[in-house]
Write a protein that binds this ligand. Structure first.
Ligand SMILES: [Zn+2]
Ligand SMILES: [Zn+2]
Length: 84
């Protein structure tokens, strides 16, 4: 699989916020850190504020809040990048 990034679109439904990949972009390699929430697995998603989370943690989080769990920056459409 090619190295690259997926932009994710935040889709807000009545019940919850879900993530949808929309664009594939090739960018310089990002240093993947451990998830900031569980601190256990490698991150798969990076926010615009450069904080990284695994998809399990961030999806669970986004069901409750649309702010970055770490710095509280509001996460809007196109702000989330999937690190693959
Ligand atoms: Zn995690
Ligand atoms: Zn943040």
């Amino acid at each position: 699989m090619k190295e690259g990034l997926y932009n994710l679109k935040l889709v807000i439904t009545d019940e919850k916020i879900i993530l949808k990949p929309i664009i594939y972009i090739i960018e310089p390699k990002i240093e993947v850190e451990k998830c900031y929430i569980c601190k256990d697995v490698d991150s798969t998603i990076m926010t615009a504020c450069k904080h990284q989370y695994c998809s399990t943690c961030i999806e669970t989080w986004l069901e409750r809040s649309n702010r970055c769990p770490y710095c509280r920056t509001r996460m809007i459409e196109d702000d989330l990048i999937m690190i693959e």
